[in-house]
Design a binder for this molecule. Structure first.
Ligand code: ADP
Length: 324
């Protein structure tokens, strides 16, 4: 029973050799070789260990800060000024907030991964978009950032999970605001995309059944665009990774580096993908498409029609075969 790593990118293989004997068990008839590809298990184990070590590292920093300031206050309380006491309490307080953010993000991420079935319901996105902007109104006023909303007049109903979609909007708008400077602009848009869609199943039974698909079924596209600090090409490759934060090396905004991996996970659970375009000092736009309730019904109808065409086609060809 041996393991080895082979090739580039390396794959981990487990090779088991077993002797095969005759029924008396005395004569060796051959050797059975079983090769098992363990690459995925090894990668998952490594990712899990990396995640645990990152979480422990991130937890340790605020915890040790809280401990040292509270300890100083406890042991030297009568020797330090009121002003210093206030500073120390302020730091302990903001470190507690940081700890809470981190624990909440880790919980969200693990809940997302363990949830096999997510409830999707027909939902109107407009109130979710309006609620998100309302939540950030004061924050935007403080930063003097202009919040704009540009929505198609009648937004079609989508299929989604209300809480998770709100979490996505909250993260993306929160980030947009966080990385905007005074006088900046943040715009939330939603529109149907693509706007032309024509699917026409071909009913001619003499040709193989197929659908002429002019363009994919429409979905609702949501865009969150800011004209903030932007992200370099190198960082764009990594910001969806867990714990990756550009500010570790550049600026000092609060955050856990988990927000975008949560967003990515939620959008993927909705059968979609998140995209971004960014230019340093110009701004960043994130966008994603959500399935429409109607398009989903269309898709089901189309599949049923295809099945029906298949059925007619199959019965016709089997009759032809019998006649021949
Ligand atoms: P955090 O909790 O640190 O914000 P995220 O996963 O949400 O973590 O984001 C990862 C990193 O991506 C951020 O640290 C930031 O550097 C960068 N980023 C995300 N959104 C924006 C944005 N709108 N403009 C500029 N940088 C951004």
């Amino acid at each position: 029973d041996l393991r080895c790593s082979l090739g580039e990118p390396p794959r981990t293989l487990r090779i088991v050799l077993q002797s095969v004997r005759d029924s008396s068990g005395e004569m060796l008839k051959g050797i059975a070789v079983t090769v098992q590809d363990l690459t995925r298990e090894v990668e998952l184990n490594a990712a899990q260990s990396r995640f645990i070590s990152n979480v422990s590292h991130e937890l340790r920093t605020p915890l040790s800060n809280i401990k040292s300031y509270v300890e100083t206050l406890y042991e030297l309380g009568d020797k330090i000024s009121n002003e210093e006491k206030n500073d120390f309490l302020g730091i302990a307080n903001s470190e507690t907030d940081r700890l809470t953010r981190l624990v909440n993000d880790v919980l969200d991420l693990s809940r997302l991964e363990s949830r096999k079935e997510i409830q999707f319901k027909a939902m109107d996105l407009r109130p979710a978009l309006e609620q998100t902007l309302r939540n950030y109104k004061l924050n935007a006023q403080d930063k003097n950032v202009n919040l704009e909303m540009d929505l198609e007049e009648t937004l079609p109903t989508i299929l989604g999970n209300w809480d998770l979609i709100l979490q996505v909007l909250d993260n993306l708008v929160g980030n947009g605001l966080k990385f905007s400077s005074k006088g900046g602009k943040l715009k939330l848009s939603a529109y149907t995309w693509p706007d032309i869609c024509r699917t026409s199943p071909i009913k001619d039974i003499h040709s193989a059944p197929h659908c002429e698909l002019v363009s994919p079924l429409p979905r609702l596209r949501i865009e969150i665009a800011d004209n903030g600090c932007g992200i370099t090409d190198a960082d764009q490759q990594r910001i969806f990774e867990r714990f990756y934060r550009v500010e570790n090396s550049v600026h000092t905004e609060v955050g856990t580096g988990l927000g975008l991996s949560i967003v990515k996970g939620i959008i993927e659970k909705h059968g979609s993908r998140i995209f971004m375009a960014s230019e340093p000092n110009i701004g960043t736009t994130f966008w994603f498409d959500l399935p429409l309730e109607q398009a989903d019904a269309d898709e089901l109808r189309l599949q049923a029609e295809r099945r029906e065409d298949d059925r007619i086609w199959n019965s016709l060809t089997s009759k032809l075969e019998i006649n021949n």
